[in-house]
Ligand binder design. Structure first.
Ligand code: RFL
Ligand code: PHB
Length: 392
């Protein structure tokens, strides 16, 4: 048995760490249980694009010092089709709002450091196996650490354990909405300066490609690839050659460098309703995932954590249960907005092999051209891309 706590948090990803941090700022105790080692979660390469409100939250709650020094603010993005590149000024369209490039693992590192410096408890290599008593007043989380089964008692449990976690399974009679895409993303991190100051989303007849970055010395690149491909089929040379084919335009070239990380990610849209059951509340990828094209997953995970923290604070500070009761209803509008944007942005740039592929390709080009000719259409894209302040 370990020391009881107020909120047991499963998972030290962005959702669990932000939740624990926000609760701490209001004097509410939590314990985080994370199945992986600290080193592993701090090195896991994933997201990189933060919405304006995510950045604002991290800075306003005191975990944005390194972010302010090291992150790269982007006031625009590029999209490319039919061999031409077009820059979209996000700051002019939204107005004054931007996106920021700062690796998810850097956000995770900053949050872990802040939690530990404040005396917070994070048990690493502590894999949760089951949760009991969610319908009673004192749920118990069972986790395994160093081969021993340990019990943690809490008032509430926050399931922030990602898409492959165990918490979602405890929600009775869920409704699941899902779409699996017939392609995957091959992502690399390369030790070379970005070849363009901003992101490039490229629609190409051979498939989608994305040029993004992590730092002034590290470029991140993605390629659409068949879902059945394994990483062994993609030598570094083949990856660079395919990236060049899909990203090149006259007068510009893609610089290459040593590949320091590479992997293939499946693409899925998924929503699990409700996001709560008794004393369990799900946040982030444990309740919903989006294809990475729209760069919304981590932002959504942090947004859920913010909503859940406000509900716990209302409960502990003023005995108000209402926000906890309506947690799912308060999260879902933003979840579905991000689902729509991510699905739409994915369908706009990827190559589909369906029966009506030729028809879809014409629709893609028509929509991209329309956006370039219509400020309202471009503004709608831009406000979703930088992240809506309010979603109803
Ligand atoms: P995480 O980050 O998966 O964290 C869950 C944590 O729970 C742990 N865990 C357990 N711990 C204890 N017991 C168990 N039984 C456990 N089971 C699991 C796991 O080890 C892990 O540490 O979920 P969270 O916090 O909800 O955060 C979600 C984000 O990680 C995810 O949505 C983003 O990475 C998605 N994403 C992007 N999001 C953005 O907002 N902007 C982007 O630019 C962006 N790009 C991306 C992405 C995801 C990608 N991949 C690899 C899926 C690009 C890619 C390629
Ligand atoms: C990333 O930097 O990993 C990234 C950026 C934008 C996206 C997706 C991924 O749309």
């Amino acid at each position: 048995m370990s020391e009881p706590t107020q909120v047991a948090i499963v998972g030290a990803g962005p959702a669990g760490l932000v939740l624990s941090h926000l609760l701490h700022l209001q004097g509410i105790e939590s314990v985080i249980l994370e199945s992986r080692s600290r080193e592993y979660v701090e090195k896991r390469i994933r997201a990189g694009l933060l919405e304006q409100r995510t950045v604002d939250l991290l800075i306003s709650t005191g975990v944005g010092e390194r972010l302010k020094r090291e992150a790269m603010v982007h006031t625009g993005l590029n999209f490319q089709f039919e061999g031409e590149r077009h820059r979209i000024p996000l700051d002019e369209l939204t107005p004054g709002r931007n996106v920021t490039i700062y690796g998810q693992q850097e956000v995770v590192k900053d949050l872990i450091a802040a939690r530990l410096a404040a005396g917070g408890v994070i048990h690493f290599e502590a894999a949760v196996e089951s949760i009991q008593g969610l319908e009673g007043s004192r749920p118990v989380v069972r986790y395994r650490q160093n081969g021993t089964l340990v019990e943690l008692e809490a008032d509430y449990v926050a399931g922030c354990d990602g898409f492959h976690g165990v918490c979602r399974g405890a929600v009775a009679n869920p409704k699941v909405y899902e779409k699996v895409y017939p392609f995957a993303w091959l992502g690399i991190l390369a030790q070379v300066a970005p070849s363009c100051d901003e992101l490039i989303y490229a629609r190409h007849e051979r498939g989608f490609a994305l040029h993004t970055m992590r730092t002034p010395k590290l470029t991140r690149l993605y390629l659409q690839c068949p879902v059945e491909d394994s990483i062994e089929q993609w030598s570094d040379d083949r990856i660079w050659s395919e990236l060049r084919t899909r990203l090149n335009i006259p007068g510009w070239s893609l610089a290459d460098g040593p590949v320091v990380d590479k992997g293939i990610t499946e693409m899925r849209s998924f929503v699990h309703e409700p996001m709560q059951h008794g004393r369990l509340f799900l946040a982030g990828d444990s309740a919903h995932i989006v294809p990475p094209t729209g760069a919304k997953g981590m932002n959504l995970a942090i947004s859920d954590a913010r909503v859940l923290a406000a509900a716990f604070i209302a409960h502990y500070k003023s005995g108000n249960q209402q926000l906890l009761e309506r947690y799912t209803a308060d999260c879902l509008p933003r979840v579905w907005r991000a689902q729509h944007f991510s699905w739409w942005w994915t369908t706009l740039f990827h190559r589909f092999e369906d029966e009506d592929a030729a028809f879809q390709q014409q629709l893609q080009v028509s929509q991209l051209r329309y956006m370039l000719s219509s400020r309202p259409a471009l503004t709608s894209m831009a406000e979703n891309y930088v992240g809506l302040e309010r979603v109803v």
